[in-house]
Design a protein around this ligand. Structure first.
Ligand SMILES: Cc1cc2nc3c(=O)[nH]c(=O)nc-3n(C[C@H](O)[C@H](O)[C@H](O)COP(=O)(O)O)c2cc1C
Ligand SMILES: [Fe+2]
Ligand SMILES: [Fe+2]
Length: 405
């Protein structure tokens, strides 16, 4: 029944849209949904590249059956074992008991660990090949993009890179699946949000993968989430290259927590100071209102960051603390950082922000602003100056050479 999208000669899209899930990994909101992409290669031998979340198994199997007709399904290539892609492995084995599961040693150990399967498997190594007839598949191990077993599969004949999560983004595929047939503008910010939150920590692993893959000169990228990239390949690779080097655009993100408005007022003045520097990209986030995944996205986008917090039970305001942990986990490199805070009887927020910037090894001016109770004139000027100073710093890019993270 299903008429699958054709991606290249003999290669079909058999993925699905998830328009139901509220939060990816139970954490990251999906206002425009997410797709789980899988692909089928129809040659003398047939090969499925990855599966989808089990909840969509029914449609998924129907799509595969529509394409195969009375042909067998010979191989399942497993590029990544995260359950959004491996979830339907057992289901596929029920329909196609003779199918051979193809993965590297780490993949196959996880196949056994998650799904209890240890038969009909084929182990491949880095650079290994598998012939399907006229199509030859090459396998490239790309550990930590985004799990240790992650690999990519390259179809030599059609120059298609099946890249797993790499080059992926949030957002459903509405009607069409290839970038040239879609309005891609809505995907760019979602690509950064996806990268920053999910792959963000593994910049050096992404750099190693790019070094390995760029010589392949691929013409199509088939990722496991979001559009198939044909027309915008160089932009997509550049987004991943820049983000994985933690390179960022000129701009200042101001994040504050506030219960009663005192720290919020300081953030307003800081923002005014940044504007005085001439920087135009100024994004202010109330940490209790903005979604953390959007804040993390903006921290990856812009090179300046200013954080403000009240003191709370002799600590940072917990929502700010939680955000700092999210930044620390991702080991974001090379940012200009300013900080400010407030207290009523004994300040702790500014001290904690000071240890944070030392941990991150970021560039920071030799002062911060700390106010006791309501904002007074000297600290009003200090907030303005702090904003202006970080704005001026942000005008000098921190350039990181390619592949040296
Ligand atoms: C639940 C709670 C806990 C607080 N804990 C401390 C504290 O440990 N030390 C302190 O000096 N001030 C503490 N304060 C006072 C605030 O840090 C201070 O009033 C601050 O300026 C509030 O900023 P805001 O108006 O932006 O919320 C606390 C306030 C609240 C509501
Ligand atoms: Fe993943
Ligand atoms: Fe994924």
């Amino acid at each position: 029944m299903f008429q699958n999208h054709k991606i290249a000669n003999d290669i079909y899209y058999v993925g699905v849209n998830d328009r139901q899930k509220h939060k990816f990994e139970n954490m990251l909101p999906l206002p425009n949904g997410v797709s789980y992409n899988a692909y089928l290669i129809m040659d003398e031998k047939t090969a499925l590249i990855d599966t989808v979340e089990l909840a969509f198994g029914d449609v998924f199997v129907n799509k595969i059956q529509s394409q195969l007709g009375d042909k067998k399904l010979d191989y399942l290539i497993i590029n990544h074992m995260e359950p959004d892609h491996s979830g339907a492995i057992r289901l596929i084995r029920q329909y196609y008991p003779e199918i051979i599961l193809v993965g590297n040693s780490k993949t196959l150990a996880m196949v056994e660990g998650f799904y209890g399967i240890d038969d009909n498997v084929l182990e491949v190594n880095d650079g290994g090949e598998l012939s399907l007839g006229s199509h030859t598949l090459q396998f490239y191990l790309t550990p930590m993009v985004h799990w240790p077993e992650t690999m990519m599969t390259y179809d030599v004949k059609e120059r298609v890179l099946f890249s797993g999560d790499a080059f992926g983004c949030f957002g459903n595929l509405d009607g069409a699946v290839i970038d040239k047939d879609l309005d891609v503008n809505k995907y760019w910010d979602e690509m950064i949000r996806y990268y920053a939150n999910i792959v963000g920590k593994y910049g050096s692993a992404v750099q190693k993968a790019l070094l390995k893959l760029t010589p392949l000169d691929f013409e199509i990228i088939c990722s496991t989430h979001g559009p198939i990239w044909k027309k915008h390949i160089s932009e997509v690779v550049d987004v991943y290259d820049q983000l994985s080097r933690y390179n960022a655009k000129e701009g200042v993100v101001i994040i504050y927590g506030s219960m009663y408005g005192n720290t919020e007022l300081m953030a307003e003045i800081v923002a005014q100071g940044v504007a005085q520097s001439g920087v135009k990209n100024i994004i202010v986030h109330n940490v209790s209102k903005s979604d953390p995944s959007e804040i993390i996205r903006d921290i990856f986008k812009y090179n300046g960051l200013i954080v403000g917090s009240p003191t709370y039970c002799n600590e940072l305001y917990p929502e700010v603390e939680s955000l700092l942990r999210k930044i620390e986990i991702r080991q974001v490199k090379n940012r200009y950082f300013g900080y400010f805070g407030s207290f009523t009887w004994a300040g702790a927020a500014v001290k904690r922000l000071e240890t944070f910037v030392q941990t991150m090894k970021w560039i920071t001016p030799d002062f911060a602003v700390e106010e006791k109770q309501g904002l007074k004139e000297d600290n009003y000027h200090a907030c303005m100056y702090l904003g202006k100073k970080i704005g001026e710093m942000a005008k000098t890019p921190i350039v990181v050479e390619p592949h040296c993270v």
